[in-house]
Design a protein around this ligand. Sequence first.
Ligand code: NAP
Length: 301
Amino acid sequence: MTDPQNTTQNTTPKTSAPSTPVTVLGLGLMGKALAAALLAAGHPTTVWNRTPGKAGDLVAKGAVAADSVADALAASPLIVVCLSDATAVRATLAPHRDALAGRTLVNLTSGTSEEARDLATLTGDYLDGAIMAIPDVIGRPEAFLLFSGAPEAFEQHRDTLSRLGSATFFGTDPGLASLYDVALLGVMWGTLNAFLHGAALLGAAEVDAATFAPFANQWVSSVTGFVSAYADQIDRGAYPAEDATLETHLATMKYLVRESAAAGIDTDWPARVQALTERAIEAGHAGTSYASLIEVFRGKA
Ligand code: NAP
């Protein structure tokens, strides 16, 4: 397994010169933020967007707006692409394989790992990236980006890429960054769904969401401790109930389902959580920790 190489510096470049010219293809919400952060860091920045007229603010800050993809590619050794999806990236870049040769392509468009591996065939110097941030925080320390693909390309450009947020490299499989991306988004949706369900439940008792939020945040912070402990159990393949058994979890889940039904709010979310736990118990994991649900997710229970 490749150790992620973590690089968090946004201010002290170590490898590529701060003046590396960069081209950004795609000026949607995210593409504009990427270009603005590169400009702010002093990189000569060329931008292109399918629909013209979106580069005004960036040009006012010093960007050059290219009229064509060919002109945009010719302008820089480092090409960052951030479009709606992989189909758009392929449609935009496949006709320009020759121009991509000798340049590094960094694809920050979301997609599946298979799509990333397919796009990696566009050029030898390909990095796939996942942006774990919203446009407003690009270039700030709380933004983090995940990369995989050509190691030399990451090494050469990691300081430039670190201008966007802290940058971690996961190795040569171009699909791995996308896989981390969807796994982390799953963590986000799971957490947000639980918060929203809880807010609906307390809302039925006339507790507003802003009152609930600090307690939810404090509890999420406690849960991060469970994540680390369970990761250790998962990697050992042993799930001792050092904190609580699955049966204890199941009993309290049923209270959540009953409270939801009594309040007239949707029971789908807690009922699914209950069903997952029942499957783990039926598969022989009674008396183990909550981490044994990994076997249900693996399709083994
Ligand atoms: P967006 O605002 O909808 O922008 C989409 C961009 O894609 C526009 O520049 C659009 O050009 C371009 N595009 C779409 N289809 C195209 C095609 N066939 N050919 C050429 N260009 C095409 O989306 P966004 O928020 O910037 O997101 C871009 C990517 O970043 C997505 O993959 C998204 O998942 C990822 N991302 C976004 C966020 C976020 O918070 N926004 C966070 C992490 C990752 P036109 O102007 O011509 O339509």
